[in-house]
Design a protein around this ligand. Sequence first.
Ligand code: SF4
Ligand code: SF4
Length: 364
Amino acid sequence: MKTKVYFTDMRTTYDNNMLDKLKNLLIKSGFNDINFKDQFVALKIHFGEYGNLAFVKPNYVKVIADLIKESGGHPFITDASTLYSGKRSDAISHINVAELNGFNSVTTGCPTIIADGLKGNDYKEIEVNLKHCKTVKIGTAITEADIIISINHFKGHEQAGFGGALKNLGMGCGSKLGKLEMHSGLKPEIDLDKCIACGMCVRNCNQKAIYMDSKAVIDKNKCVGCGECIVVCPQKAIMQKEADQSRLLNEKIAEYAYGVLKDKTHFHINFITNVSPNCDCWSNNDLPIVPDIGILASSDPVAIDMASADLVNNAETVKGSILSEKATTIHDKFKCIHGNVDWEAGLDYAEELGFGNKEYELIK
Ligand code: SF4
Ligand code: SF4
């Protein structure tokens, strides 16, 4: 049986702006059927790195938070610390960046709580007993929430292929140790024939895992597999060697997402807007690869990601974007940009684990 995924496009009128359309979408998609009364509701979002402007705007969050409050619930916006030592690696810097990007209790209508505490080590282990992980390490505030709402900016991702609901839930809710567990096993390789020893990767590796020995060399003992170097290399000399690595990452993300949602009521909202080629963890966002498509809502994190991927892959390419520079006939835009990525593996595995369905019916 197909899962219903509700969709609204980006067209507006004088009396029906995008905030009105989001509210209408949520009401039509059964969001208000959730019993929010007296429940703590985690609104899981990515605040965007400072300098990145593609993340989901706080104005949209307020529409969601207001609906929850009208039903007697207690929403809070949340994210967990990053693995790399950037601007969102502890709660103070993370909240600072969130506020700089416009997220505060006035703009979103609810407080911000960094899920895994001051230094990213406040987590609970949820037993899942799955293929890769016996337990998953999730930020405590998320484990203690009664209801999980994922608010997802749908865009490309250099290792996973794309970032949508599963990635925001799985990777995004993991504590630092959890993120390390998901990334472990992903060690990029350097093609020495392409390397011009520019040093960009050395400067951008926060683990100090790359050094120069006439060309760049990765110290595999220090590398945590975060993939930052893959994106910054101007020669495209650093890559995931095998699609197997992307499959492994996506399967671990699915196991973490399974642990986050286990025994909880949940709902998912994907924004196919500003579809940048890379993650919002970057302090920039390249020209979108497709025009803004719309907003999707569903109780199924797999169906909503599958529908989003199909909408992006079937959309026209934005002229001048990185995608338009690729002379290729590959239909899959994420593989076209990022090569050895296996995003289907995460959706297939999540379906196998029983918490979603790739078959969907798109209802406009
Ligand atoms: S960024 Fe790329 S080209 Fe520059 S040193 Fe690193 S691997 Fe070589
Ligand atoms: S993936 Fe690249 S940037 Fe990340 S730790 Fe390893 S070498 Fe450093």
